[in-house]
Design a protein around this ligand. Structure first.
Ligand code: SF4
Length: 362
């Protein structure tokens, strides 16, 4: 069936054939708690006959979302303590998040902000909230980078986004603007020439980070939308979330990372799934994640290697958690592991600085 509209309710999903009608009642309870939206582009990728479909797992709600895990946190990456005013999360000294909207084109079942995005999440920043947020950015000369995140900033009209970019152009100390988005893949038609003009309106260095988790999401239309962004002079990065049953297989992750590079998107972050409520069934352990990421090393071009990162629960920042190649062998010697599993001795100079001058202290 050809879909024209975003699916937003269990009844929509049943009518589109994405769930059995008998599941509708169970999913009403999930829908009452967490937002649902699946764009026509994403819905068309789902094979309803496959109970393990990697796209459905990301977007079609599941009863397991109502299962509480003791580890779940309503604000898993600790946005709230770092939010001095609506729309701003200021966790690191040289950059901050500017969240223009709480709306997304599609709602991911593993979303780390699932308690704040969606129809109940407050919509777009009001004009006065936006003015206050821009004044906050203008008042702090240490803010070098503004990250538009979400909610999805590319859900905004080109007119609205362009106005924000124009306002940021007036703030000298902001040198870089980064947008995190799913839109080029889930709603590629939004990537119009007007949107390109809006993205470029600041005159700053602009980067677009595309969130996609499975190679099937990079459809021909998505690839064309990304090409329009890159051809407009805007470099693209990727961000993905490691998800059980979606991309926790080295072969799938390899295909995803190769696909990004083939369409000129540099793999950037692979996120450990956050402890968002009702998402335990989609999370892997860090140990499993390290094994999957480790399988790429040596076997796949360095261009295709993302940094596997963990947002430390509670808002303590993001750190790399990929496998370590520095080890200690049975004789207590410092050794390094090569990509094929062989250990090699380190020299004395490699283990520790040869002189005091090589110690860097902030
Ligand atoms: S696009 Fe991002 S903010 Fe929106 S639902 Fe997905 S993970 Fe959450």
């Amino acid at each position: 069936m050809r879909l024209e509209q975003t699916l937003r309710t269990p009844a929509d999903l049943a009518e589109a054939g994405l769930i059995a009608p008998s599941r509708q009642a169970d999913l009403e309870a999930v829908a009452a708690r967490y937002a649902i939206a699946i764009t026509p582009t994403s819905a068309a990728l789902i094979d309803p006959a496959d109970p393990a479909d990697s796209i459905a797992r990301q977007f079609v709600p599941a009863p397991a979302e109502l299962d509480a895990s003791l580890e779940d946190m309503s604000d898993p990456i600790g946005d709230e303590p770092h939010s001095p005013l609506p729309g701003i999360v200021h966790r690191y000294p040289d950059r901050l998040l500017l969240m223009l909207t709480h709306t997304c084109a599609t709602y991911c079942r593993f979303c780390f902000r699932r308690e704040t995005v969606g129809p109940g999440g407050g919509g777009n920043l009001s004009a006065s909230e936006l003015n206050d947020a821009l004044a906050y950015i203008a008042s702090d000369p240490t803010i070098w980078e503004v990250i538009l995140s979400g909610g999805d900033p590319l859900i905004l009209s080109p007119r609205r986004l362009g106005a924000v970019m124009a306002a940021l152009s007036q703030i000298d100390h902001v040198k870089v603007i980064r947008l995190h988005t799913r839109v080029p893949a889930v709603d590629p038609a939004r990537m119009t020439p007007e949107m390109m003009r809006a993205l470029k309106r600041s005159g700053k260095a602009v980067y677009v980070a595309l969130h996609a988790n499975h190679p099937r999401e990079l459809t021909p239309a998505a690839r064309a939308a990304c090409a329009r962004i890159i051809d407009a002079g805007i470099p693209m990065l990727s961000q993905s979330v490691l998800l059980r049953g979606v991309n926790d297989d080295p072969k799938v992750l390899e295909r995803l990372m190769r696909a990004f590079v083939e369409i000129r998107i540099k793999p950037y972050y692979l996120h450990q799934a956050d402890l968002a409520p009702g998402t335990a069934h989609l999370r892997t352990s860090l140990e499993e994640g390290q094994a999957v990421v480790g399988a790429l090393r040596g076997h796949v071009s360095g261009l295709c290697q993302p940094t596997y990162v963990l947002d430390i629960p509670g808002g303590h920042g993001k750190v790399p958690v990929g496998p370590s190649y520095l080890k200690t062998n049975a004789e207590e010697q410092s050794v390094v592991l090569d990509p094929w599993g062989e250990l090699h001795r380190l020299t004395a100079e490699q283990k520790s600085p040869a002189s005091d001058e090589k110690i860097y202290i902030a």
